[in-house]
Write a protein that binds this ligand. Structure first.
Ligand code: SF4
Ligand code: SF4
Length: 124
């Protein structure tokens, strides 16, 4: 069961998780061209080894340990993590479209500062 990045990462993108991931399965990294245009980062579901190191590293609590642990209003972003592939423009566009639809569908939640959003999601 892979770990999943969710919406507090949108526009936060500080890559603290990238620095601690032992298998380099979180992309795009700051040194990758796609970083400038990606709205958030994604975890490759087949490369993630479920070590959990990224969770405490994230300053905005954007990462969940499983599909079950992901709050209901974040579950659409499981698919965004699943489809994104570094270097594949079409798949990046697909992932970003899911993210944009997520943002458009959740105006009240997305208006909450990223660092406080996990708590808000927990009550929805
Ligand atoms: S759980 Fe471990 S392997 Fe998976 S993304 Fe996080 S740091 Fe990387
Ligand atoms: S540490 Fe959190 S906010 Fe920063 S890039 Fe990783 S998931 Fe996004």
């Amino acid at each position: 069961m892979p770990f999943i990045i969710t919406d507090p990462c949108i526009e936060t993108k500080d890559t603290a998780c990238v620095d601690v991931c032992p298998v380099d399965c979180i992309h795009p990294r700051k040194d990758e061209a796609e970083f400038a245009v990606a709205t958030m980062l994604y975890i490759h579901p087949e490369e993630c080894i479920d070590c959990g190191a990224c969770v405490p590293a994230c300053p905005v609590a954007a990462i969940y340990e499983s599909i079950d642990a992901t709050p209901s209003h974040q579950k659409d972003l499981i698919e965004a993590n699943a489809v994104y592939r570094l270097g594949d423009e079409a798949l990046m566009a697909q992932a970003e479209a899911i993210v944009q639809a997520h943002v458009a569908a959740q105006p009240a939640l997305m208006a909450i500062p990223a660092a406080e959003r996990q708590a808000a999601h927990a009550t929805h």
